[in-house]
Design a protein around this ligand. Structure first.
Ligand SMILES: *Cc1c(COP(=O)(O)O)cnc(C)c1O
Length: 375
């Protein structure tokens, strides 16, 4: 039996009859697009993260786009974000013709370092050319960003905050759910995310009625009173009703799964102590452990040993965004984001999902231990 990096089948077996019934319900009523399950899911999501509005959409990338477009982001705007993230974060900024300004990370959290953010905002403000517009912090690997410090900088400089909670939705910061921290939060329901559907999906969250109305309009071709009354340029960014039905079933056990993930992370931390650098969670935070990412100088050897024993692992992220080919025109060079670049050389992620058994974790730690002995 192959060991999955993220096991979605155990969860499906557990929810099979509810998921099948809910999908059948959509097939029976036939409202495949913007059917009743969509509004039902949105109200459950808004309750879950204690915000006024949850707006579902077609992907996490589109949720970021909805958030940026609701803030009228355009060419000439500078948006501050992390270089150590999935490409979609910075891609959404660039798609609107705006400029991502990368801010290096804190080595202990892998999230945007607020001190570096202050410097970057000061730098942009003292240049003419770009105008500082917003901040997009990312909750990497499931750990929410340092939102208190980031929000203070945003307020001082009149910048919006758009939280990329694609990995951290379900994590907590100061008792608040990640996704509800910024003016707008965005998450992804891609199958491998902590809360995933069976295709692409996403959602944006906000307490602001005006931003919510704009995102609802942009989601359906900039609609006004109906979709043939177009008041702005928008997208086709709706969530499929079938995906909403799947998510309603999965949301019902999500809180329990978040607790199960804590147990898995705890077990990894104990089993790997002294072998590799394990992730830490600062006081006042809860991670949802989208990934369990560790650091080692012997990454390539460890990965090879694990693969040999049938244990899948992955590297997130080998190329920080500021060094990607797609952003070459921005002129960043090796050495500009030293913390991200150092992490990219040593990091890798182990299998992580709520249903991992202790025995597997111990086996993984054993393989790592004996591989390190040989090096
Ligand atoms: C997955 C992810 C996205 C994009 O979500 P999609 O649903 O795949 O479009 C954006 N940002 C981060 C940090 C992600 O991990």
């Amino acid at each position: 039996m192959t060991i999955p990096f993220i096991d979605l089948k155990s969860q499906y077996r557990r929810l099979q009859s509810e998921i099948n019934t809910r999908i059948q319900g959509v097939l029976d009523h036939g409202a495949y697009v913007m059917g009743p399950e969509v509004a039902d899911l949105e109200s459950r999501l808004a309750d879950y993260c204690n915000v006024r509005h949850a707006i579902t959409c077609s992907s996490g990338t589109d949720a970021l786009l909805l958030g940026l477009m609701a803030h009228d982001v355009r060419p000439g705007d500078a948006i501050f974000t992390s270089p150590f993230t999935f490409f979609a974060t910075a891609e959404a900024i660039a798609l609107l013709g705006a400029t991502p300004v990368f801010v290096d990370i804190d080595p202990s959290t892998f999230n945007m370092d607020p001190d570096r953010l202050s410097e970057a905002v000061g730098r942009i403000k003292s240049q003419n050319g770009l105008s500082a517009k917003g901040i997009m912090p990312v909750g990497l690997f499931g750990l929410p960003p340092d939102f208190g410090a980031i929000d203070e900088i945003a307020r001082d400089h009149g910048l919006f905050t758009l939280e990329d909670a694609a990995q951290s939705f379900g994590g907590e910061y100061g008792g608040r759910i990640s996704g509800s921290l910024g003016d707008i939060g965005a998450t992804s329901f891609f199958p491998a995310k902590p809360l995933g559907c069976y295709g692409d999906g996403g959602a944006a969250f906000t307490d602001d009625d005006e931003l919510a109305n704009r995102m609802k309009s942009i989601r359906i071709h900039g609609m006004g009173s109906d979709k043939y009354d177009n008041v702005r340029i928008g997208l086709n960014a709706r969530m499929d009703t079938i995906q909403a039905a799947v998510l309603i079933a999965k949301l019902g056990i999500f809180q329990e799964e978040v607790r199960m993930r804590q147990r898995v992370a705890q077990r990894y931390a104990e089993a790997l102590e002294g072998l590799v650098e394990t992730p830490s969670v600062p006081e006042g935070y809860q991670s949802v452990w989208a990934q369990y990412s560790i650091l080692s100088d012997h990454r390539d050897n460890l990965q090879a040993s694990l693969k040999e024993q049938g244990i899948p692992c992955a590297v997130y992220y080998r190329i920080p965004c500021h060094l990607s080919e797609a952003f070459r025109h921005l002129g960043y060079r090796e050495g500009d984001m030293p913390v991200s670049e150092a992490a990219a050389k040593r990091i890798f992620s182990l299998p992580m999902h709520p249903y991992i058994e202790d025995a597997l974790i111990d086996r993984i730690a054993g393989i790592i231990r004996s591989s390190l002995c040989k090096t």
